[in-house]
Design a protein around this ligand. Structure first.
Ligand SMILES: NC(=O)c1ccc[n+]([C@@H]2O[C@H](COP(=O)([O-])OP(=O)(O)OC[C@H]3O[C@@H](n4cnc5c(N)ncnc54)[C@H](OP(=O)(O)O)[C@@H]3O)[C@@H](O)[C@H]2O)c1
Length: 204
């Protein structure tokens, strides 16, 4: 499943088409499965959506979505013609970045728009976080696996860990089988409290 992104500087009608065609050449393929607008920019969203829909009609992408969109930006998007065709919003979300749970995650779940959690192990930092050790020991797992299992346990959330070491790829795939208990989740809530107020969406 091939995913690529277009930066907001290329988000005009002509820019999206050109950027996509260049990506297809670089990737030596004829279709991208999911094409994302990397973050909100100054080109009117309606124009970018039109460009995505034109790429879909031409068979160059199968689906489109966005990244780093907060709730107000998603509201604007789904109100546009064809805006509700958005397939996902890729955002920074993990145990140490729980801000999206305040309103973006429930808003997205209600509308059936999956959140794609990037940096789900906080770029490796959660793999070294001792506050995950007790839960990890109970599951004979690593801290990174618990961090990942937690993200995947959230309703309507997909995780995209990056791993260049084979051992990490194997461990991350195995995290799919970890079923966190109510006790695990309560302990994790104490160590990494959920948000109590709205915070702007974080980006890295
Ligand atoms: N949309 C956006 O604006 C945006 C921004 C940032 C990132 N992303 C995307 O998010 C994805 C991943 O994010 P990320 O690389 O920033 O962070 P990440 O997936 O949270 O962390 C990657 C780091 O964690 C390590 N790691 C992975 N699995 C591990 C394991 N089981 N045990 C121990 N360490 C482990 C990796 O090590 P090794 O590599 O050594 O295996 C790497 O150093 C990428 O696909 C990236 O393109 C999107």
């Amino acid at each position: 499943f091939l995913v690529s992104k277009v930066p907001p500087t290329n988000a005009s009608r002509a820019g999206v088409k050109r950027a996509c065609e260049n990506s297809l050449k670089r990737l030596a393929t004829d279709r991208i499965d999911l094409y994302l607008l990397h973050w909100p920019g100054s080109v009117p969203l309606a124009e970018t959506v039109e460009a995505f829909e034109a790429l879909k009609a031409a068979g160059k992408i199968r689906h489109w979505g966005v990244s780093n969109f907060d709730t107000d930006e998603m509201e604007e998007l789904v109100g546009l013609p064809s805006g509700a065709n958005v397939q996902t919003n890729q955002v920074l979300y993990n145990l140490s970045r729980r801000g999206p749970e305040f309103d973006l995650a429930p808003w997205s779940l209600e509308r059936g728009i999956p959140l794609m959690a990037y940096s789900p192990v906080e770029q490796g930092a959660l793999a070294r976080n001792a506050r995950l050790d007790a839960v990890a020991a109970r599951h004979k797992a690593t801290a990174a696996q618990i961090a990942l299992a937690w993200v995947m346990a959230q309703p309507g959330v997909i995780a995209i860990p990056k791993a260049s070491r084979q051992e990490h790829v194997r461990q991350n795939a195995a995290a799919l089988d970890i079923k966190l208990t109510a006790q695990d989740l309560a302990e994790l809530d104490r160590a990494f409290p959920p948000p109590t107020r709205k915070r702007g969406l974080e980006m890295i």
